[in-house]
Ligand binder design. Structure first.
Ligand SMILES: [Zn+2]
Length: 308
């Protein structure tokens, strides 16, 4: 399927003003090679009303949105499409309060749940790992110097960050919250985030020792000149991350939900050079029909599967 997406807000509004148009778009994203029945693998399909497709072979009725993040939602697909546009079109995304206002939603909770469901679609299943030379370092979130005020500040969260070297700049990134600075936690993050054979640059922390399958460029910390950092790319990513968490979301993020904000941050950062914001909309919609639905209860007590 050719990457087909609206380029501007006007295009989006015109094209997706009816649920039926949204459903056709999701249908094409879900079955890019043409319909395949989940029961009999038949390819003949009849579009019925209410978003149902009838298998021409075994007569199974398949809902276009079943098994996607849009399943069982009481909101219209046009509302969902506008939410996807809001979250992908701005450089910094949108807060739940911002989304509630833009869409005129009745409750903050609805806006909050929508954003969290969409964040589930921001981790690409089976995505590629980072390659080349990768800086890896950790940071804390939630300490007093981050300026986080409120009831979420009892615990600090430990976040590990991997950033690809791209000349003097930064390539792609991965982030994940980890429970501790042990060898297990750090090595398993690296195994998930970085392609074997790559060069992994870390500081002198002992827990990084014994990294197997990688070239380990271990930099023993010496005095750094003012304004210079041992891991300049990770340092830059961390400062952008904290600015975003504090700016767009006012730091009001529970420890349990932090993982999903990290996913959103990485999703946006890794596509920051996309020529069109519409391409982010496309990617988000594409992944939204591929991830399992997330009931509200699982948003409040998440089971995180992604990571960075
Ligand atoms: Zn069938």
């Amino acid at each position: 399927m050719i990457e087909d997406y609206p380029r501007t807000l006007m295009e989006m509004e015109r094209r997706f003003s009816k649920d039926e148009a949204c459903r056709q778009y999701l249908f094409a994203l879900r079955w890019p090679e043409g319909f395949a029945c989940p029961r009999c693998s038949g390819n003949r399909a009849w579009q019925m009303s209410r978003g149902l497709v009838l298998c021409g072979d075994c007569r199974l009725q398949v809902s276009i949105t079943a098994g996607t993040i849009f399943q069982d939602s009481h909101l219209s697909l046009t509302t969902w499409f506008r939410a996807m546009w809001c979250i992908t079109s701005g450089k910094n995304g949108v807060s739940a309060l911002g989304l509630q206002r833009v869409l005129g939603l009745g409750s903050y909770k609805t806006a909050w749940a929508m954003l969290h469901k969409l964040r589930r679609a921001m981790v690409r299943p089976g995505r590629d790992r980072l390659q080349g030379t990768i800086e890896v370092d950790e940071t804390y979130w939630g300490s007093e110097e981050d300026g986080v005020i409120g009831r979420h500040t009892e615990d600090k969260a430990l976040i590990v960050v991997a950033a690809e070297e791209a000349g003097r700049g930064i390539g792609r990134i991965r982030l994940r919250r980890i429970p501790d600075l042990t060898k297990d936690s750090l090595h398993s993050f690296i195994a998930n985030a970085v392609e074997p054979g790559s060069t992994v640059r870390t500081d002198g922390l002992n827990a990084y020792r014994g990294l197997e399958g990688y070239v380990h460029d271990r930099q023993v910390q010496r005095h750094q000149p003012e304004g210079e950092y041992l891991m300049p790319r990770v340092h830059r990513v961390v400062s952008l991350l904290k600015r975003w968490l504090l700016g767009t979301h006012q730091g009001a993020i529970g420890q349990e939900q932090l993982d999903y904000y990290l996913d959103e941050f990485a999703f946006r950062f890794n596509r920051r050079k996309s020529a069109s914001r519409g391409k982010l909309f496309y990617r988000l919609a594409q992944q939204a029909v591929r991830v399992a639905p997330a009931p509200f209860s699982s948003l409040v007590t998440p089971q995180h599967l992604g990571g960075g």
